[in-house]
Design a protein around this ligand. Structure first.
Ligand SMILES: C[S@@+](CC[C@H](N)C(=O)[O-])C[C@H]1O[C@@H](n2cnc3c(N)ncnc32)[C@H](O)[C@@H]1O
Length: 500
């Protein structure tokens, strides 16, 4: 255990909560992304010293631990042809030296296909140079998770967001440092240009005339989220409350993919089992509070209403409801979907779900919604109160992946959760992460071969986007580089370096 000294500071409870969210998410992100890309990039942009004064691991070491501690995941991440690149960036020289020491201690435990890039520099500079390099070579960044965890609201301007978001599969978890922003930046006009950079324009300045502190806070957080969304990242936020009961910061997650949203919500639910997506230093992260059943019911009812409003009078596959409604609902996760469907089918008068059909036309158990089922919603709009005749709208055909469907008699059965993939086209065997009841590592997705053969997802490897392409399992056991088969032909993929 380290002693307290300059450069290493004690860990705060909200930092532990932040680390829990990061850990839970990465436990989902690594397995899923390793199914679709042989190269993954984890960027810790404000890495810190790698350790806290009580010996607790910092974010950089946590990421390495997630990728190596679990035998099954380690095996998945070290399969032939796979490469993981960890980029740890830290501006402060002493802190960087501490980080380097911790990472070096960890290195003997690292598989040979894990590469670590250490940068004693600013996040902005490192990302700027790497993106320029990629642009010059007309290449794209490998699927990446970027953790942006500064002490204050600087170092991550919206102009940089705009460039990162253009990459095909980049996700961010941003520490939106509200406390320093409110204390040191809002009150000091000389710092306002820095906030213009953070938000991407001057629209945040309306906050200066909002007298009520909590209205002002809400406005600024929403403004920032809107700015991210306008650039292409949809997301959710998690509020961290300090011991004075004030918002210390918000963790804001940005993704383009429904799987990322589902996995991050799942991580946030684990840290805050009430689903308010907040954590207070006055509570204990290791002793989750009791579930609030009332709130669960509220979320389910809200989701039910949202689904019905969008789907009334139509027929939809359950998978499309997961992708289009459940994923983007601000709080609901899989358990709420089943409850929402039960509310619509059994507890609404007249019933708002009028038919549920399994793909193979076999009978389903009552109150269950297997993942391949199609659901017909009534339309109770007609003035006479009758349920209108549902019309069949064109919807994605039922997905082809065949894992995780247990017949649909459990909460969350057969739903697809995971992280960070490019949006799957309709009617694919979408890779799965099935929520387990353990520590958040999902079931393994379908095997590499099966996944690609059943799927027409755009392929990351070599930036090739092609339908009907498949990686050849086993080819890389003799050759280091994976090979790609396209419509019968087999070609070698090019070797990649840097952030590509
Ligand atoms: C909140 S701490 C990071 C904690 C770490 N992510 C963790 O969870 O263990 C922020 C770190 O970012 C570093 N930093 C500040 N500005 C930076 C910049 N522009 N680029 C990179 N690092 C920076 C600070 O020196 C500090 O060590």
């Amino acid at each position: 255990m380290s002693t307290s000294r300059q450069g290493i500071w004690p860990i705060e409870p909200h930092t532990q909560a932040k680390h829990h969210i990061l850990t839970y998410y990465l436990k989902a992100w690594f397995p899923i992304l390793s199914q679709v890309s042989r190269r993954l990039l984890y960027v810790d942009g404000f890495a810190g010293p790698g350790e806290y004064s009580g010996g607790e691991p910092g974010s950089a070491i946590l990421a390495l631990k997630v990728a190596t501690d679990d035998d099954k995941l380690r095996a998945q991440l070290t399969k032939p042809g796979m490469e993981l690149v960890f980029v740890f960036i830290e501006k402060d020289e002493d802190t960087f030296a501490d980080l380097e020491r911790k990472v070096n201690e960890f290195k003997p435990n690292l598989p040979s296909n894990f590469r670590i890039e250490m940068r004693n520099s600013t996040f902005q500079h490192v990302v700027d140079v790497s993106l320029k390099e990629l642009d010059e070579q007309n290449r794209k960044m490998a699927p990446s998770f970027i953790f942006v965890d500064p002490f204050g609201p600087t170092g991550f301007p919206m102009s940089l967001v705009e460039r990162i978001v253009k990459q095909p599969s980049a996700e961010v978890l941003i520490n939106f440092s509200y406390q320093p922003l409110n204390r040191w930046f809002l009150k000091d006009p000389s710092k306002h240009p820095r906030l213009d950079e953070l938000f991407g324009d001057a629209s945040w300045r309306d906050a200066l005339s909002i007298p009520d502190p909590s209205t002002k806070e809400d406005f600024l957080v929403q403004q920032y989220r809107r700015a991210l969304e306008a650039r292409g990242w949809r997301g959710i936020s998690f509020r961290m409350v300090n011991k004075h009961n004030q918002s210390q910061y918000y963790l804001i997650f940005g993704t383009k993919h429904y799987l990322g949203m589902l996995a991050m919500k799942s991580a946030m639910w684990k840290v805050d089992p009430e689903g308010t997506f907040s954590y207070s230093d006055l509570s204990n992260v290791d002793q989750p509070r009791l579930f609030s059943l009332d709130m669960d019911e509220d979320y389910s009812r809200g989701l039910a209403e949202q689904i019905f409003q969008r789907r009334r009078g139509t027929t939809a596959g359950k998978q499309s409801i997961i992708e289009d409604e459940l994923a983007w609902h601000p709080t609901a996760i899989e358990k709420h979907l089943r409850r929402a469907l039960i509310i619509l089918e059994y507890e609404s008068n007249p019933p708002k779900i009028v038919e549920v059909q399994k793909a193979d036309a076999s009978l389903r158990k009552a109150r269950t919604y297997p993942k391949d089922c199609r659901i017909t919603f009534g339309d109770s709009r007609p003035e006479d109160g009758s349920i209108g005749r549902p019309t069949l709208i064109r919807d994605r055909p039922v997905g082809g992946a065949d894992v995780g469907d247990d017949g649909g008699d459990q909460a969350g059965d057969g739903d697809n959760v995971g992280a960070g993939l490019k949006p799957a086209p309709r009617d694919t065997g979408t890779p799965h992460y099935k929520e387990g009841n353990g520590d958040g590592i999902g079931n393994p997705a379908p095997t590499w071969n099966r996944l690609w053969q059943t799927s027409s997802i755009a392929i990351e490897e070599g930036s090739l986007h092609s339908e009907g392409a498949s990686f050849v399992e086993g080819a890389s056991s003799r050759r280091r580089r994976p090979r790609l088969r396209i419509k019968g032909a087999t070609v070698a993929t090019k070797k990649r370096a840097g952030w590509e």
